[in-house]
Design a protein around this ligand. Structure first.
Ligand SMILES: [Zn+2]
Length: 455
């Protein structure tokens, strides 16, 4: 008697993970999904004999991959995409981004996050880690769109739109954690923004809060040489030893950027078991420097990939991010063997799962969540195919994604989002654009007068 499953997916090629961790490609394959979990995966001929599916979906000439994991994003910042480019970091932040953020509303944060989710779903991301202001609105967007999210309120030493009284931040995080605790896909993390926007007391309180609530911790760290210089001046230590001494660097911590790190500091990272989230597009665009990814991989430091916000990228597309990560380090290191496609693909899948503290994610195998994407192999840029991982990293653009599934639910299929009306969202974005333009126009009259801190 065949077993029954909710859905059977058929595909020309499937990138699977064997029990020993090895990645291999299955031709003429099928995936059986029950209750959001991959119940079986194998040759179509065998699987159709063993499983009776309530629904079947034959995707034809596609490559099924695990959904990509964007381990550092500010999804709502899609509303600032292309508004201020090609500027020095501090001018960009203080003259544009921070003043705009002082006028954020819950509606803008929510619509921006929903657009961010749409872009991620469209380009094959199934889970993301996000830090922003009024983060509940981002959680709601992830809930609506169907994505997995690890989300945290950005915590600062000064009042923000999300935390008007910084001393009340721990209670706000407790409330958010309680509100989302039972959600099947959205979880909360503790997210101090960065060393230059917080104090040692705030960072210590964040460590205590993460331990109290058993939550992961995520922050920006060592993003530029300027940050290191100011940390040294203010606290007598560079950012990595400073955070180590405050107890922030643990296996439950993920750090975005980590561009400026010495040999000794890389050893500190390796010993502490933290995960580094590499953001090549943002680092290149803001000329922040180059994260020492090959040296990190050599030391066995856990590595994930992220897009950062759309104001500094300007995409939330993990295919673009993989390609740039793989190319950047070859060019800078003068060695084409650096950051091979397999390592970068691992960073965008299992590495992201590790950053989000959910090791079930990032691979297609029986017993794992059905977070699956399908790449259209009829696309001219994906023909012919000898090495699927090479295609994912070097050839695909993300626009070949025909299907994105999270938790066994199809969120996008052949041009259609299934959980929300994309035309309605587009109409809302017309209004958002007018609103942001108006605020930005007013700000431009007073650029330079706004003092605030980092993104
Ligand atoms: Zn960031």
């Amino acid at each position: 008697m065949p077993s029954s499953c909710d859905l059977a997916l058929y595909a020309a090629h499937i990138l699977c993970r064997a029990e020993d961790g090895a990645i291999h490609t299955l031709a003429d394959g099928a995936v059986a999904v029950t209750d959001g979990i991959i119940s079986a995966l194998g040759a179509k001929s065998a699987l159709t004999r063993q499983w009776q599916a309530r629904r079947e979906l034959d995707l034809g000439n596609v490559l099924l991959l695990p959904g990509l994991i964007n381990a550092h994003a500010h999804a709502s910042m899609t509303i600032f995409r292309g508004l201020a480019d090609d500027l020095p970091l501090m001018e960009w932040l203080n003259g544009h981004i921070f003043p705009l953020e002082q006028r954020l509303t819950g509606r803008l944060v929510h619509l921006g996050a929903l657009l961010g989710c749409a872009e991620m779903i469209r380009t094959g991301t199934s889970a993301f880690q996000d830090m922003y202001l009024m983060e509940d609105e981002v959680c709601r967007a992830a809930d609506v769109a169907g994505l997995r999210g690890l989300a945290g309120e950005g915590l600062f030493a000064f009042p923000t739109q999300g935390v008007p009284r910084p001393e009340a931040a721990p209670d706000l995080v407790r409330e958010q954690a309680a509100r989302w605790r039972r959600h099947p896909r959205v979880r909360i993390a503790v997210m101090p923004h960065a060393v230059y926007t917080t104090t040692p007391e705030i960072l210590r309180a964040c460590v205590a809060l993460a331990a109290e609530l058993d939550l992961p911790l995520h922050m920006h760290l060592a993003e530029s040489a300027a940050e290191s210089a100011s940390c040294l001046k203010m606290h007598g230590k560079r950012p990595i030893p400073y955070c180590r001494d405050l107890g922030l660097l643990t296996p439950c911590t993920s750090l975005a950027h980590v561009v400026d790190a010495s040999e000794e500091e890389l050893d500190i990272l390796a010993q502490s078991g933290v995960c580094v989230v590499h953001n090549p597009s943002s680092n290149m665009k803001l000329a922040s420097g180059v994260t020492r990814v090959p040296a990190m991989l050599e030391r066995g430091i856990r590595l994930a990939l992220g897009t950062d916000g759309a104001a500094a990228n300007n995409r939330l597309n993990m295919f673009t991010e993989m390609g740039r990560a793989a190319l950047l380090h070859k060019a800078v290191g003068g060695d084409p063997s650096l950051c091979p496609a397999e390592h970068i693909f691992a960073a965008a899948t299992t590495g992201g799962a590790s950053a989000l503290g959910d090791p079930r994610l990032g691979a297609l195998a029986a017993g794992r969540p059905a977070d699956i994407i399908a790449l259209d192999l009829d696309s001219p840029n994906l023909q012919p195919m000898y090495a699927p991982v090479s295609h994912a990293v070097y050839a695909a653009t993300g626009m070949e994604v025909r299907m994105t599934m999270v938790d066994g639910e199809i969120l996008y299929l052949d041009g259609r989002f299934t959980r929300f009306s994309y035309p309605d969202l587009l109409a809302e974005m017309q209004e958002v654009q007018k609103e942001i333009k108006q605020i930005h126009g007013l700000l431009n009259m007073s650029v330079g007068q706004c003092l605030s801190a980092g993104q």
